[in-house]
Design a protein around this ligand. Sequence first.
Ligand SMILES: C[S@@+](CC[C@H](N)C(=O)[O-])C[C@H]1O[C@@H](n2cnc3c(N)ncnc32)[C@H](O)[C@@H]1O
Length: 243
Amino acid sequence: MNEMDDIEMWDAAAEPYDAAVDDNWRQCHITNPALFQLLDQVEDQDILDAGCGPGWLSVEIARRGARVVGIDAAEQMILRARERAKDAPQNIRFMQADLCSPLPLQDHSFDGVVANMVLMDIPEIDRTLAEFRRVLRPAGRLVLSITHPCFFMWNWKRDAAGNKLWKPVDDYLTVRSEVIEIWGPTRHYHRPLSWYFDVLASVGYVVDMLLEPTPDFERSAETGHVWRIPDIMVIRAVPWPSS
Ligand SMILES: C[S@@+](CC[C@H](N)C(=O)[O-])C[C@H]1O[C@@H](n2cnc3c(N)ncnc32)[C@H](O)[C@@H]1O
């Protein structure tokens, strides 16, 4: 399956993804607090929302006072992002662009690049990360959230009552991809954690923060499992000055 097929799948997923995104409790209560902690102040800054999907994060960052460019390869995502931003501040621009190709953006034009739940969806990330580095200003930062590479691929083992017990992790070190079904079929690229760190280092970043966040609400019987095995990981990387 080639890259174009991946984007077609995201085009087809745009409607169910957009319909579900505002009520996504993982995003709202686990990922977002960590994402905004690592992104920090954005007021009066230029921020690139890479793989922006239906644009909710671009809108949120613009509301915090940043100038935002959102890019996504899926036309249906970009159309939804423009619709969503209609009533938002005027400081957002959306562009259809492929993160696997050179980006139509100037060198050193952003204070921050954020890619929320994107890198595990694209086939080759070294060029993508190099492009992020090219468009970042020297003091800029890259904030990434990804499904947790150590656990995401494996389904929970449950007891007779359906309680989540543990995950049978196996074949973790093998880089591979598979089509998963959440909002219809999309392709997920599994790589071990060290693989991400190797690519980040090879492209000239140093990781200065890594979070395995838990929810911002009280632990309950239904949600207790995310205190035991994290679903997601949020990484901040900064350009390594000497490279
Ligand atoms: C899980 S969604 C995340 C969307 C958004 N960042 C959010 O927070 O809701 C992954 C997004 O990556 C986009 N994407 C996948 N491959 C891409 C590529 N090669 N270039 C640009 N965007 C891509 C998809 O179209 C989709 O919008």
